[in-house]
Design a protein around this ligand. Sequence first.
Ligand SMILES: [Fe+2]
Ligand SMILES: [Fe+2]
Length: 247
Amino acid sequence: MATHLVMGDPHCTPKASNDRFLWAGRVAADYKVSHVICMGDFCSMDSLSSYDRAKKSFEGRRYQKDMEHSHEALSLFNKGLGKHKARKIMLHGNHEDRIDRFVDENPELDGTLKISDLKFRQYGWQEIPYKQIKVVDGVHYAHHFPSGIMGSAISGENIGRTLLTKHKVSATVGHSHLLDYAISTLPNGKKIHGLSAGCYLNHTEHFARDTQHMWWSGLILKREVKDGNYNIETIDIKTIRREYGKR
Ligand SMILES: [Fe+2]
Ligand SMILES: [Fe+2]
């Protein structure tokens, strides 16, 4: 039966080491997972951030550096995976979407900067465009789900439960960087699982200096995945570093 490895937003950035991607590949191989699903914001795209443009923290950022660092991360993941074969699914998050938005705002760049510069496909990942849902073994995966007709992402303290009450299917999201999980039972006895998958990083993000302590960082294993039902196991990044960091 299917085993999914869920990697919450890893926010690859030239300011932090890519070691965690090698460790994640090793985890995927070790648990012989059938699928790896990255929840989006694989690359932070610091060079296209509108948040701190023209501030001191922006100095030294380069599009090319962001790309090269992401390629290294993708290559390390495959190295960790070794000979193990798994289906790899990459959801685009709002940070990948920065590339499209930047070109939209600077149309003269059309055809020069593109999400495909990240080379997800070349490294063996199936890509799912931002805001699209990918259903795998009955679990609905998206970077975030809308909270209502206005389309803003479900957020707050009970993301798992809210996913279930609003969307009524098994659903897994990234984006908030919080870990939250809820389970419900439909009248026919079917279990549905709502999950906010945290993130997968161990560097500090300046924009979140007053909230980062709330984030959860690690990988999530879903075993016996079928028709949206599964058994969940979390492995935090400290454990991953200890078990998979020295080989
Ligand atoms: Fe996001
Ligand atoms: Fe994120």
